[in-house]
Ligand binder design. Structure first.
Ligand SMILES: [Fe+2]
Ligand SMILES: [Fe+2]
Length: 197
């Protein structure tokens, strides 16, 4: 794995925006999943993917926390809710600031922002970098911390949320992402005793 310390200044610059909606758990975990996906996809652009996953959700910082849960998770068609579009737009705005501040080139900023803008609402991903970021964004939820946190967001039990995850395996974009999600969910089911609970 490459030296990831080159992203430390970006983590520092984005830190103020990491305290919304458990971003400070979701983003580091998804960043690690992104590295695993990149190990299996050397043809993807590692910098673009890493920066996009690091910054994709910082726009939640600009959204009222109660609205995030009510509209962003529990409303009908929540993936197309106003707050979803708002967090993408704000993510592009804040992400651009952070990347300028930390010295990344304009072509990198453009490529990262293209992925951030529409990462939840765009029906079809544009290319491999986009697909890797999407899978990294989802994979953390299959592990125990993701089930613990996201089941609360959706108002479900861990068991109910694991069923939802099982039914969403076909939404993973890459074969590697689907394999990792399947293995991780099986491990989480055992750890959380979901055959009884
Ligand atoms: Fe998002
Ligand atoms: Fe996310």
């Amino acid at each position: 794995m490459s030296d990831l310390s080159r992203f430390d200044p970006v983590w520092r610059a984005a830190e103020p925006y990491m305290r919304a909606r458990k971003n400070d758990v979701h983003i580091p975990l998804s960043f690690d999943w992104c590295q695993r996906l990149l190990d299996g996809h050397p043809e993807a652009d590692a910098d673009i993917c890493a920066l996009a996953i690091l910054l994709h959700d910082i726009g939640w910082y600009a959204v009222d926390q109660a609205d995030i849960i009510e509209q962003g998770f529990r409303s009908e068609n929540f993936l197309q809710s106003d707050v979803r579009y708002l967090h993408e737009r704000e993510g592009v705005r804040l992400g651009t600031e952070v990347l300028h501040q930390t010295g990344w080139s304009q072509p990198v900023i453009d490529a990262v922002c293209e992925i951030i803008d529409g990462h939840d609402t765009r029906p079809d991903p544009h290319h491999l970098n986009d697909r890797i970021v999407r899978d990294a964004d989802k994979l953390w939820r299959f592990d125990v911390p993701g089930i613990a946190i996201a089941s609360d967001w959706f108002g479900k039990t861990p068991h109910g949320y694991a069923e939802h995850l099982q039914n969403s395996l076909d939404k993973l974009e890459t074969d590697l992402g689907r394999m990792l999600a399947t293995q991780t969910l099986a491990r989480s089911r055992r750890a959380l005793k979901l055959h009884v609970l």
